[in-house]
Write a protein that binds this ligand. Structure first.
Ligand SMILES: Cc1ncc(C[n+]2csc(CCOP(=O)(O)OP(=O)(O)O)c2C)c(N)n1
Length: 194
């Protein structure tokens, strides 16, 4: 499965969610499919996308939060899983695109290439719903179930180590930061309006 195909297949669902991605190839691919004001691409802070998603999920329980993580990023901050499990937000779906590599910086192999099982690690950390999927239709079904489940889910999608040839963006980090915060604020205002 290619990550871009997986993202394309669920892109329609993301309109109704708040989305936080890791930096690099995942961010570039999602942005290439079409940026939306409810998408935040967490630059540089490797391993912290799930932490940012957790903060949003806890403070805005009415929203559905989707985090797109990578194996390398998650491995850099495994404690993020124990914190997710500790607070167990029901409105967070944590997708890990596991290409067994640090693709965005040259493709060095990560520990999942030698057998470390991120779904099993998430389950052992206490995440109540976990799964590993390898095929596109399996991924779409598991993602849709996770959105409906109303239970914290870590979904590991095994993908090929392939990304975009170049990472180009016309969306500066600060613009994304302000636009995203404004989106969250305006949503809250619209919901509390009489
Ligand atoms: C703390 C930190 N260390 C290193 C980097 C450099 N860096 C940016 S992307 C990346 C690889 C990310 O790997 P992964 O999460 O598996 O995603 P992939 O690139 O494979 O899609 C690295 C090492 C960083 N941004 N932050």
């Amino acid at each position: 499965m290619l990550r871009i195909d997986a993202l394309k297949a669920i892109y329609g669902h993301l309109e109704r969610c708040v989305v936080v991605t890791i930096m690099g190839a995942t961010a570039a691919e999602l942005q290439a499919l079409g940026h939306r004001p409810n998408f935040f691409y967490l630059q540089h802070a490797m391993g912290l996308a799930s932490s940012m998603g957790l903060g949003i999920a806890l403070s805005r329980p009415e929203l559905k939060v989707v985090v797109f993580d990578g194996d390398g990023s998650l491995l850099m901050n495994l404690g993020g899983l124990t914190t997710l499990a500790r607070y167990r937000p029901r409105n967070l779906v944590h997708v890990v695109f596991d290409n067994e590599s640090l693709l965005s910086v040259g493709g060095f192999p990560t520990a999942t290439s030698t057998g470390s099982d991120l779904a099993a690690i998430a389950a052992a950390a206490g995440v109540p719903r976990t799964a590993t999927v390898r095929e596109l239709d399996e991924f779409v079904a598991a993602f849709e179930q996770a959105l409906e489940a109303n239970e914290l889910t870590t979904l590991v999608a095994k993908v090929e180590a392939k990304g975009p040839a170049v990472f180009v963006t016309d969306l500066p980090l600060l613009e994304n930061r302000f636009q995203f915060a404004r989106y969250l604020k305006e949503l809250a205002r619209a919901e509390s309006a009489p």
